[in-house]
Design a protein. Structure first.
Length: 235
């Protein structure tokens, strides 16, 4: 579904991504793990067409990735950014509607069905529809950010540090929800510092260090690797 091949990204004179390559197959959950500053978020913003790359290629379902963010969303890619980045002055319902903005306005039935699906994932949001999103708890804001992304009806969902700042119980629930999202037919590319949880639900994983992919393997292989356990799993 997604192929990133030898991309290089610069922030001015800073070389942020060095010949990074990865691929995601339809129906997979793929994780990218690594420490702060490894380039994980830059990778996600590059795939989302927010950050330009200077060389290499990105293809989605066999076609070159457009360089405009709205076209990327129309093609079926949505991102849940780090720290959620909600429209905090808007209500929960208004944020949800914004997620479906690029969809066919005449297809109200499909939009309503997808909204009901999201409420089945996160029932608490139905009780918060008129509440300003900036007043939600951290966990509720993450639920809303995922819902907003799902309302664009993506084929590929990108999640950047979704567990950041959440209590352990909420983190476990979040990762269980991602398995349900995959079961609904949405492919998932996940960036996480919480390598334990991420690799546990992943078909495959990549390890990034200082802008480079240094290891790849199945989620189980990486989770059992002694070096990775020492570096990222606190052992």
């Amino acid at each position: 579904m997604l192929e990133v091949k030898d991309i290089n990204v610069f922030y001015g004179a800073v070389h942020a991504l060095h010949d990074v390559s990865l691929h995601v197959k339809n129906g997979e959950i793929v994780s990218v793990v690594g420490a702060n500053g490894a380039g994980k978020s830059t990778l996600m913003w590059t795939i989302s067409s927010v950050v330009p790359y200077s060389s290499g290629s990105i293809t989605f379902n066999g076609h070159p990735m457009p360089r405009q963010t709205d076209e990327t969303v129309k093609n079926g890619i949505a991102i849940v950014p780090e720290r959620r980045r909600l429209f905090v002055s808007l209500s929960v319902m208004e944020n949800i509607v914004m997620g479906s903005w690029l969809r066919d306005k005449n297809d109200k039935e499909s939009v309503e069905q997808d909204m009901e699906y999201c409420f089945s994932l996160f029932p608490v949001l139905r009780q918060r529809l008129s509440q300003r999103s900036g007043t939600l708890s951290g966990g509720e804001q993450q639920m809303l950010a995922i819902t907003r992304a799902l309302m664009s009806k993506p084929k590929l969902l990108l999640l950047d540090e979704p567990s950041l700042g959440l209590a352990p119980m909420l983190v476990e629930s979040l990762f269980e929800t991602l398995l349900r999202v995959r079961e609904s037919g949405v492919t998932v590319l996940l960036v996480e510092q919480n390598a334990t949880q991420a690799l546990a639900i992943s078909d495959r994983g990549y390890v990034m260090e200082t802008g480079r992919v240094t290891r790849t393997g199945s989620g189980e292989e990486l989770a059992l690797d002694p070096d990775i356990r020492k570096a990222y799993l606190g052992e």
